[in-house]
Design a protein around this ligand. Sequence first.
Ligand code: ZN
Length: 437
Amino acid sequence: MKAVALAVVLASTPIALSAQHQHGEDHGADRPTVLRAARMIDVETGVVHPDAVLVVEGGLIAAVNPASVPDGAHEMDLGDVTLLPGFIDAHTHLAGQLDAASFTDAVTMTEARGAYNAVKYGGVTVRAGFTTVRDFGGDVTVELGKAVERGDIVAPRVIPSRHPLGITGGHCDVTGLAPGILERGPEQGVADGPWEVVEAVRYQIKHGAKVIKTCATAGVLSMEGPVGAQQYTSDELEAMVAEAARHGIKVAAHAHGAEGILAAVQAGVASIEHGSVLTDEIMDLMIEKGTYLVPTTYLVDRIAMDVLPPLIRGKAEEILPVARASTRRAVQRGVPIAFGTDAGVFPHGENAGEFEVYVEMGMSEIDALRTATLHAAELLGTPDRGRLAEGMLADVIALPGNPLDDIGVTKDVTFVMLGGRVIKHVVGGRDMHSMEH
Ligand SMILES: [Zn+2]
């Protein structure tokens, strides 16, 4: 009977197919799933619970360590692993991957190629245990996020910015071309003066932005001025933050130099991306205002210097060691930190390398895990994820061993569940999930 009913659904409505696929492909349509594992970490308390049991139903966590489990549930015993909430990376670029060809992307990249990239790199990222990303990537990753929520594509959930906001000729514009070539305006995020900035904010939100990204200062991977130079004025940043706030949306500010970081923090942005030159004054203000630093520090070890044009390579060699030192001081001073990597600048899927750098800088293992769970969820404004608790999204990962003993195991995620759907399950070195399907 079930096969007949399914065949009717398949023949009649493609929309029903995707719903059936999402909820039914693993273990029967509406049956609850019971996940068992040797350990689970409560990231809020830091307590390791042995013999963990999670009940998953309807894409949500229905119960944690209940006295009894529902009859007829699908049972999965994952063995000697540690369960954690799916990780969140607050700074990705899923539509691209830095290589020698990237520097002509402004005139050669198509939306279609970006979309195929996003599907490929989104798949790599979610299988590395990152079930949510905040992505800065135009319409491509706005639509990627919608496709993920429909269940059409296996990739992380996306909090997208659409186009980043920047000044004419700044880091978020395209520079080095003749006048008249690829001139951009507020719709593409290039906006000057408070009113154009307001227009640009409204336009990004109209077309799907859930966060506003801005280039408060110059940057590394662009052909304009000194890397740390402030680009937006305080008036422009304040107008941006105020307009975004009227829509319930936060601002993330790319910022390298101290003046631009300070202006952005004072204007009320929710996060400083990179934060390469941090003074004591800035760090204390970030602590006071609860402004997150999103360090993107693993890339310092992994950026492909040999593909960078000389101007850009010079900027990278100047700023990256300074940035690494600032992150270390921020960790030690207690600046709020949300996990973010700039994945795309280094190979997608290596995101968890960021954890090791935090721990090497003196952060405890549990605090490192919190950056990619509790803290990132707070920064993204997504209280439905980042913890394993009743009513949360069933975005669950498993690691071999215990990351509180060795943070490096975060690079070896063996199991990923996204919204109750198993998308990776490695047993004896083989992904049983991909073999089953
Ligand atoms: Zn970035």
